[in-house]
Design a protein around this ligand. Sequence first.
Ligand code: 13P
Ligand code: SF4
Length: 309
Amino acid sequence: MSKSSELINRINELKKQKNAVILAHYYTSEDVQAVADFLGDSLALSIKAQEIDAPVILFAGVNFMAETAKVLCPEKKVLIPVPEAGCSLAESCQPEEFAAFKAKYPDHTVVSYVNTSVGIKALTDICCTSTNALQVVQSIPADRPIIFGPDRNLGAYIKKLTGRENMVIWNGACTVHEEFSYERLMKLKAQYPAAKVVAHPECPARLLTEADYIGSTAGILTWCGKDQAQEFIVVTEPGILTEMKKRYPQKTFIPAPADQSDCNECRYMKMVNLENILSCLENEAPEVILDEPTRRQAEKAIRNMISIF
Ligand code: 13P
Ligand code: SF4
């Protein structure tokens, strides 16, 4: 038996023994996705966390996602194999600076992308994900000004779609999506003229103008299934190609290149592997532990988002 089959068997045994469920994001590596009970985008996974009956959740993803699950399910044990698996976007927005920014706009409604720490969510009126950012912003009366954080690209995209001038945007970004190369994308488009371009809204506007479809990971997956095209250039983290190839084996998916590499991986997502998942299940640690008053504040912002749908 190969080393990875042994690890997978042991993980599956422990899941049963401990009544644990593994949630994994589409950006994790293929072998991690193989041990997941549920695979999804950040919105689907946070909703799933609440619906699950099991007392233990292991979150295969980055820190803010595991925190979100704990915020929504404080009674459950939420395990995170690599607590250092952060997020460049979440790190670009620290609570102290965000609180000072917020103080400058006291009459604004604060909308924060879920790619933030629990401390930022606690300073937020309503969270959003890339799946529902447009609907969340549209749910706020047009005359009420908005602070949108932390992603400047998603913020600019929503501002353009809604035409809302009364929206101030925090200057944060995801290094993965910022680093896709416009020039190399144009070359790929010339090489595959029949291919459609799908992009995540965390990409800069220049790249988004080249996209046939802009959406969250879940949105991109659905759209590629419905569209007649057979080839797609994918401008988001290439982990999503695992699910794309599984769902649509007859179609071709081409990862968009960055300046320095032929695809651009999220190094945080790729920190999670079968070894650290097994060790986390065996030890039931590391576990997400949150300060209760902060958790309660953050929960309001996430529940305000969920209640819209
Ligand atoms: P989704 O909301 O599409 O899951 O994206 C999460 C993310 O981290 C994008 O970089
Ligand atoms: Fe964060 Fe970007 Fe990685 Fe998504 S791809 S988890 S936003 S660093």
